[in-house]
Design a binder for this molecule. Structure first.
Ligand code: NAD
Ligand code: TYD
Length: 354
């Protein structure tokens, strides 16, 4: 029983594929357009693995998606492919509208057509899993309760608005056509192999280079942090046991201000790689705030715990220590990403595979 993963060359998708193959041994087709965020080196260990197939392509290519569905007859689509960086969405929203909204629409239509022709058993087992974010719920005040599945969608950035639009399409395709969908809304992920434009890998990379550690605004914006491995486990469980048509919030019970996150990284680095010039926190620099910067996200993940038995296994402190050790041991990965060398690798690799 194959699954089709979209965006599997990105940060979370690549962790999901590695975890999936290890835990289930079920074949995976990875459809990824290899944008700047797609990195086949993340999956280099799978070269030659008969259970894994990579297809370079865009989720907006209906013909290609139709062909993959017919050829591989997947029992599920796990949809990660997206433009995912808020700052990029502010600078250039267009790609977010295309991939996150039009791309999801294209996938839903292809899935609906494929699913409607399945035999009864396969039809009732099929699932479309929409991997979404807590950012669709908007911003919380300091004393507000955490986002639950009943919270209103109030997205504030072009990124979160495009993900919210996609989630609404997914919901409508269930309500109107009966497509068996699942939606997960997860908080900020961190872990190995995250593209160094997001806060945690950027801070680690800059600290290693003794560059300024940029904090937007006053640094008191709050995020909930979840180790990527715990997110992948939650997605596997939702796919296995989730009820079609339901939403599941996923979070790490680790609300922290950005300043606290950066200080935490600095303290760990002081311990692991002390520097003669003094503590890493000396590099902290306050910079201009992000436009429309959401103040606080927090996730109430009680539903997935109660109904499906999922709990995170890492605390922020245990997950961050492991993550930092990974980055310290893989400086080459970071410099390849920063110089764009991995994209050369990616092109060479996909040419070789074609
Ligand atoms: P990422 O930016 O690292 O990876 C996105 C992947 O999608 C890349 O491999 C890219 O090449 C691919 N892609 C982009 N446009 C495509 C297209 N048109 N067709 C095919 N492939 C395309 O993102 P990520 O951090 O791994 O996030 C994955 C998903 O999880 C996204 O949907 C995101 O909204 C969601 N999410 C992320 C976080 C987080 O903290 N990173 C938290 C919650 C939810
Ligand atoms: P980011 O990793 O971009 O995730 P998101 O915007 O999806 O939450 O940013 C996390 C938080 O860190 C967010 O409040 C913005 C802030 N931030 C900085 O303070 N400095 C930075 O250089 C970056 C990239 C983010």
């Amino acid at each position: 029983m194959t699954i089709l993963v979209t965006g599997g060359a990105g940060f979370i998708g690549s962790h999901f594929i590695l975890d999936w193959l290890l835990e289930t041994g079920e074949p995976v087709i990875n459809l990824d357009a290899l944008t700047y965020a797609g990195n086949l080196e993340n999956l280099a260990v799978l070269q030659g693995n008969a259970l894994y197939d990579f297809v370079c392509g865009d989720i907006q290519d209906r013909r290609l998606v139709d062909r993959l569905l017919v050829e591989h007859a997947p029992r599920a689509i796990v949809h990660f492919a997206a433009e995912s960086h808020v700052d990029r969405s502010i600078n250039r929203p267009q790609d977010f509208i295309q991939t996150n909204i039009v791309g999801t629409y294209t996938l839903l239509e292809a899935a609906r057509s494929y699913w409607s022709k399945l035999q009864y058993g396969a039809r009732s087992r099929f699932r479309f899993l929409q991997v979404s974010t807590d950012e669709v719920y908007g911003s919380l005040g300091a004393a507000d309760p955490a986002f639950s599945e009943a919270s209103l969608y109030q997205p504030n950035s072009p990124y979160s608005a495009s993900k919210a639009a996609a989630d609404h399409l997914v919901r409508a395709w269930h309500h109107t056509y009966g497509l068996p969908v699942l939606t997960t809304n997860c908080s900020n992920n961190y872990g190995p192999r995250q593209f160094p434009e997001k806060l945690i890998p950027l801070i680690i990379a800059n600290a290693m280079d003794r560059k300024p550690l940029p904090i937007y605004g006053d640094g008191m914006n709050v995020r909930d942090w979840l180790h990527v491995g715990d997110h992948c486990m939650a997605l596997r469980i939702v796919l296995e046991r989730g009820i079609a048509g339901q939403m599941y919030n996923i979070g790490g019970n680790s609300e922290m201000t950005n300043l606290a996150v950066v200080h935490n990284i600095c303290e760990l680095l002081d311990e692991m790689r002390p520097h003669a010039d003094g503590p890493y926190s000396n590099l902290i620099t306050f910079v201009q705030d992000r436009a429309g910067h959401d103040r606080r996200y927090a996730i109430d993940a009680r539903k997935i715990g109660r109904d499906l038995g999922w709990q995170p296994t890492e605390t922020f402190s245990s997950g961050m220590r492991k993550t930092l050790l990974w980055y310290l041991d893989h400086q080459e990965w970071v410099s390849d990403v920063k110089t764009g060398a991995y994209q050369q690798w990616t092109i060479r690799n996909s040419e070789a595979r074609a």
